[in-house]
Design a protein around this ligand. Structure first.
Ligand code: ZN
Length: 615
């Protein structure tokens, strides 16, 4: 199999990239540089015993040169998951041996071990790794599942850079499958990486799950869906269909598809905080079991896949190369995450997975979040990702960054008579930083490239006011340039007054609010709603159908059927409504021809004057 980067970069550029990979942020002053180590092999064992004890058995075997101590560390975080998790905290029973004899070791900080090889040329380090966390970046085990990120379990030698190859051997029950983005090795269940960055950016899912694949162009797209049988076959096929359309559509933005296979690792009901985490040729998604058919799933897949270009390869200079021993903040997460949140829905509409109105409603939702947030600069919000700000702005760089992406796209198209777009900016930055020199982009790169494709127009004022500044974004005036307007409406939602969870073919009440409609109807926690009015409620996802059916109905109460243990209850739900401001984006009917071309261009990925909806 051809490694994707070798295809792109060619030999001379690979050499340059190796130099960059070898770079490493200066370790803390107190940390000594490790003795050189080579021939690095990791082994991870999972079986019914480790599943029961909720851990993984890990060994690392390597050759040591010289007599200096070996200094090994585990990462403090996983790229893409901008929070310090200190993976060393989950290590149990650490030990080091040579030829069966224990070697002396001690910790020199909370995530770093110093081992004295005592003249041995081959050293084996072994530990168990606690794997019971519900988190997209931390190891997890269950009866027939093991999941881990390389950042959890693969120590690296301090001060020796990351440009060294490694091999991984997985030991698992014979009837368990293994899914990972890593390249398969020659031995069964073995995998290889040419450098540490790739090694730890390819999570493993091991266990009993459905594993389907489809080819799109030169790329194999694979879907690993846990648990086996949890996602119906037709939903898995539909998902593969979405993924196989997203690959060429997202690749068209960059004129490059940098992987030969792309793997979606989907875990149902094991990760309570849900969502996804991007990797360079895979993504890890957490969903709820009854959410495997939710409409948000294509948005999740499209967002995480777009990261394969935007952040895994085109990356802010502050994050090149990755450092693993501490936080790596950047004021540019609004591009890495927010602009990705713009391109996810764009890829869906451009590939025909969603319609124009679904794209517009996604953007309207982002604008609503921006306008209801306290004013915060995009750069400041990006920097604060690491600390989870409590002022309501945590994560605002997603919708506000997506809104900035939409505005910049329109402004570039307007200034260039629709000859250029934000696609050109993304592609030019990808080419000039990642593809040609494997460096990160700077503020000068970003704004210089935006300006270049906008016919030389300066964006210093836009940056000063709306990106590094906190002024309200000029949403209405810019959207008008694309023939769109934002309409703000008040709607009144039917209230239930309860917290709900997935039941067995019904909507389970996990809590009932005091004095709320559900309590007034006579419902209690543990009751399971089967029908409201004439709408059957089989899953959580059916509540919007109730809202849609009865949004404007004027009634004192709705008949309702619920289950309590073996009893069937017939009750009346008092109709009460909550006012809510909703945003929607509409086409301006008499927009200019130019505005219409800009709007069509955004929705199709097209530039120029034509209304051609092909790309
Ligand atoms: Zn993201």
């Amino acid at each position: 199999m051809i490694r994707h980067r070798a295809v792109i970069l060619g030999a001379s550029l690979l050499t340059f990239r190796s130099a960059m990979l070898g770079a490493q942020a200066a370790p803390r002053a107190t940390l000594p540089t490790s003795a050189p180590i080579s021939d690095i092999h990791y082994e991870v064992t999972v079986d019914s015993t480790t599943a029961r004890t909720r851990d993984l058995a890990v060994t690392m075997r390597f050759h040591v040169a010289g007599s200096a101590p070996v200094v090994l560390a585990l990462p403090a975080w996983s790229p893409g998951h901008y929070v310090l998790l200190w993976f060393a905290s989950r290590v149990l029973d650490f030990g080091a041996t040579a030829g069966g004899t224990a070697l002396p070791w001690h910790k020199i900080d909370f995530q770093t071990w110093e081992i004295r090889p005592n003249g041995a040329s081959t050293v084996t380090v072994a530990f168990r790794y606690q794997a019971d966390a519900h988190d997209r970046a931390i190891a997890y085990t269950a009866r027939d599942l093991a999941f881990f990120n390389g950042t959890n379990v693969f120590p690296y030698p301090v001060g020796r850079g990351f440009a060294w190859p490694a091999a991984v051997q997985i030991h698992a029950p014979a009837d368990w499958r293994i899914a990972t983005g890593l390249t398969a090795g020659s031995a069964a269940n073995s995998f290889t990486a040419t450098n540490y960055h790739d090694l730890v950016d390819a999570p493993f899912v091991i266990g009993k799950f459905d594993f389907d694949s489809v080819r799109t162009g030169a790329v194999w797209v694979r879907l690993a869906s846990f648990p086996a049988g949890g996602m119906r076959a037709e939903w898995r096929q539909r998902t593969l269909g979405w993924l196989s359309r997203l690959v060429p559509t997202e690749g068209a933005v960059f004129h490059d598809i940098p992987f030969s296979q792309y793997t979606v690792l989907q875990l149902a009901d094991t990760i309570v905080n849900g969502g996804g985490l991007e990797h360079h040729d895979s993504q890890l998604d957490g969903v709820t079991m009854d959410g495997t058919d939710y409409p948000f799933l294509p948005f999740l897949y499209a967002h995480e896949m777009f990261h394969a270009w935007n952040v895994k390869r085109l990356r802010p200079a502050d994050m090149v190369p990755y450092r693993y021993d501490d936080a790596q903040p950047t004021p540019w997460l609004w591009v890495s995450e927010g602009v990705t949140d713009y391109y996810g829905p764009l890829a869906l509409v451009r590939s025909g997975i969603i319609g124009d109105s679904a794209f517009a409603s996604q953007m309207a939702g982002d604008i609503a979040q921006v306008q209801s947030s306290v004013p915060v600069a995009l750069g400041d919000a990006s920097l604060s990702a690491w600390i989870g700000a409590v002022d309501g702005t945590a994560g605002i760089y997603y919708p506000k960054g997506a809104t900035a992406g939409l505005l910049l796209d329109i402004l570039i198209r307007d200034a260039s008579n629709n000859a250029h777009s934000l696609d050109d900016v993304m592609r030019a930055l990808y080419d000039s930083t990642y593809r040609s020199r494997w460096r990160g982009f700077t503020a000068a790169d970003w704004w210089g490239t935006v300006s270049r494709f906008a016919g030389g127009r300066s964006f210093a004022d836009f940056d000063r006011r709306y990106v590094t500044g906190r002024e309200p974004m000029p949403i209405d005036s810019v959207l008008a340039l694309a023939g769109w307007r934002v309409v703000r409406d008040t709607v009144r939602d039917l209230r239930l007054g309860a917290q709900v969870a997935a039941g067995d073919g019904c909507m389970l009440l996990s809590a009932v609010n005091d004095g709320g409609p559900a309590q007034q109807a006579g419902l209690r926690p543990g009751d399971c709603i089967e029908k409201v009015g004439d709408v059957p409620v089989a899953t959580l996802g059916d509540w919007p159908k109730v809202l849609a059916r009865y949004d404007t109905t004027i009634l004192p109460g709705l008949p309702m059927v619920a289950r309590r243990a073996s009893d069937t209850l017939t009750l009346t739900l008092p109709v009460r409504r909550t006012a809510r401001l909703v945003y929607r984006i509409e086409d301006i009917p008499d927009a200019s021809a130019k505005a219409g071309q800009i709007r069509t261009g955004i929705l199709t990925g097209h530039t120029g004057r034509g209304g051609d909806r092909s790309n």
